[in-house]
Design a protein around this ligand. Structure first.
Ligand code: SF4
Ligand code: SF4
Length: 90
């Protein structure tokens, strides 16, 4: 699984950057076409959901998704043949 931020939904409120215990979300530096500063992701493969969600059969942590007022955050399966990134940090 990989972490996905839907740029069309995100309004750049940065609530996700406040709650992530791994500091995966960082304030965006460049505005997109709509002028929204979408947060950047710093090594999103560290998120427990990207590596353990399938194993546990449910969303783990999920703070960013819960707090996002625009339902812009989700996890999606890698495409066929796409490399999987895995990182574990304590
Ligand atoms: S689920 Fe938790 S650890 Fe993963 S990106 Fe969201 S807030 Fe960070
Ligand atoms: S909480 Fe949602 S809308 Fe706000 S910056 Fe993060 S992804 Fe965008």
């Amino acid at each position: 699984m990989k972490l996905h931020v839907d740029e069309k939904r995100c309004k750049g409120c940065n609530l996700c950057t406040l709650v992530c215990p791994y500091r995966i979300f960082r304030p965006g530096k460049r505005p997109n076409q709509k002028g929204v500063f979408v947060p950047e992701l710093d090594r999103p493969e560290r998120c427990p959901n990207t590596r353990l969600q399938a194993l546990y059969g449910r969303t783990l942590c999920g703070m960013c998704q819960m707090i996002c007022p625009d339902q812009a955050i989700s996890w999606e399966e890698e495409k066929k043949g796409e490399k999987r990134k895995v990182a574990i940090e304590f």
